[in-house]
Design a protein around this ligand. Structure first.
Ligand SMILES: *[C@@H]1O[C@H](CO)[C@@H](O)[C@H](O)[C@H]1NC(C)=O
Ligand SMILES: *[C@@H]1O[C@H](CO)[C@@H](O)[C@H](O)[C@H]1NC(C)=O
Length: 260
């Protein structure tokens, strides 16, 4: 966990200033190296809240039903309603998460998002191992351009930052090409997912990209291009970083963080 904690007071002040600067437009989280870490959540105000006590029960039935299906594929979507209010949900687990890890993650995600956004018709929560997206609006297959955030490793790279940034971009783009070329394998867990590494002399760069499986390969590419364009802003010269949305995400670090 050394990446998350900075001990020298001078450095901390610098780090806090950086975080404060980023907060108005993107939420940043310092800790990047835990297994199935909670990352972020959004209670979508625009969709409103449901009145009455039956709503949470209806959402639970949709999620419970989804959770009893085969999660080995790593993606499942479901639908239901509570009176006139529609309920749509999607779950995407990271491709290297086993079915049992995926199931545990979804259970945690659901109980947390219920607590954090009670009665919200729209709510999204991200963990390392899974994403849970609940909405009253049908958006399956669409790229969600509204909900985006980033995280970065507080450590700066030493040496040539420009070269490091260039290599990071190149690796992420190569992984994107690999992820979207799996068109013929739509029922595999690693569909629209790819992870890899690249030697940087004495160190190694590790990265992954993933889209939710409701996207087409074309839209996965569009989504990843969009978030990768945020690289200079989110993680310039940082030893690790990620940009996440409900449709796609990427991450890179100087240490391995996915199971191969
Ligand atoms: C992060 O986790 C990986 C794998 O668990 C470990 O090898 C690595 O040393 C950790 N890195 C930091 C900076 O804590
Ligand atoms: C691709 O994404 C766009 C934007 O979200 C959406 O309107 C469109 O329906 C998607 N295309 C397909 C083929 O699913």
């Amino acid at each position: 966990m050394s990446s998350s904690f900075v001990s020298k007071p001078l450095v901390s002040v610098y780090v806090l200033a950086m975080v404060a600067m980023q907060l108005p437009f993107m939420q940043s989280v310092l800790s990047l190296n835990q297994t199935n870490e909670y990352l972020n959540h959004i209670c979508i105000k625009g969709e409103g809240t449901a009145k009455g006590s039956s709503y949470e029960g209806s959402v639970r039935r949709v999620i419970d039903h989804m959770s009893t299906t085969d999660l080995d594929y790593g993606f499942v979507n479901g639908a239901g309603s509570d009176g006139p209010t529609k309920i749509y949900a999607k779950i995407q687990c990271r491709a290297d998460a086993s079915e049992s890890k995926c199931r545990t993650c979804v259970a945690t995600a659901f109980s947390e998002i219920r607590r954090k956004c009670p009665n919200h018709k729209g709510r999204i929560i991200w963990y390392d191992n899974c994403l849970l997206d609940i909405s009253s609006i049908y958006t399956l297959g669409e790229i969600d351009y509204r909900h985006i955030f980033n995280m970065y490793n507080t450590k700066d790279v030493s040496g040539n930052t420009m070269m490091f940034n260039k290599k990071t971009r190149a690796l992420l783009y190569a992984l994107k090409e690999k992820a979207i070329s799996k068109k013929e394998l739509p029922y595999r867990r690693d569909y629209l997912y790819s992870a890899g590494e690249e030697s940087l002399g004495t160190t190694k760069l590790y990265a992954m990209v993933q889209c939710t499986k409701d996207l087409t390969a074309k839209n996965c590419s569009v989504c990843l291009d969009w978030i990768m364009a945020k690289l200079p802003k989110c993680c310039n010269g940082k030893q690790g970083g990620r940009v996440l949305t409900p449709s796609c995400n990427f991450r890179y670090e100087l240490y391995p963080f996915v199971k191969t």
